[in-house]
Design a protein around this ligand. Structure first.
Ligand SMILES: [Zn+2]
Length: 174
């Protein structure tokens, strides 16, 4: 019986490349305000090394196993970068898509064309004719703390390795 133990442990130990990791998380900013949570959703899945998942968070999984939970604080420089005040700009409402008809509100995400690229911006102030919008990432300048529970570890499929991302619930759907 005891000789099955190491095999099971090896199968769930997170070593990185070639593995898909599923986890639940609560995310807090530096004021201890919860800004995101996967509660009520399927666990988030990622292929180790996958773009779009913070490297510092991915590295924190190494050496851990299914069932483990941990907390990690990631300084803004390793998360979404510093906050640039000059990225707040004033635009005319009527120049926005559907601007004449829309009822804008603070916190709303809009898209603008800037230097030929479509970019997301958060509305930070609504005036009569103008909007102040902020193109910083919503979590720019924030130190983040993730409370993580590891729900699963498995080997990636050939398709996942070829695509560079995890498939299935909590991962890519296609
Ligand atoms: Zn794919």
């Amino acid at each position: 019986m005891t000789d099955t133990q190491p095999t099971e442990a090896a199968a769930t130990l997170i070593t990185g490349i070639g593995q898909v990791i599923a986890f639940h998380y609560d995310l807090y900013d530096d004021a201890s305000v919860q800004v995101e949570s996967s509660a009520g959703h399927p666990p988030v899945q990622f292929l180790y090394g996958q773009a779009g998942v913070l490297s510092a968070l991915q590295e924190a999984f190494l050496g851990k196993s299914k069932g483990d939970d941990f907390s990690i604080s990631i300084p803004s420089g390793l998360a979404y970068g510093r906050y640039y005040p000059e990225r707040v700009q004033r635009v005319l409402k009527k120049n926005m898509d559907n601007g004449a008809k829309q009822r804008f509100r603070i916190g709303q995400i809009v898209h603008i064309n800037q230097d030929g690229q479509r970019q997301a911006a958060t509305i930070v102030k609504v005036g009569k004719f103008n909007l102040d919008i902020d193109t910083n990432h919503p979590m720019a300048g924030k130190d983040l703390t993730f409370d993580v529970k590891i729900e699963g570890v498995r080997q990636a499929s050939k398709d996942e390795l070829a695509h560079g991302h995890a498939h299935g619930p909590g991962g890519h759907q296609h």
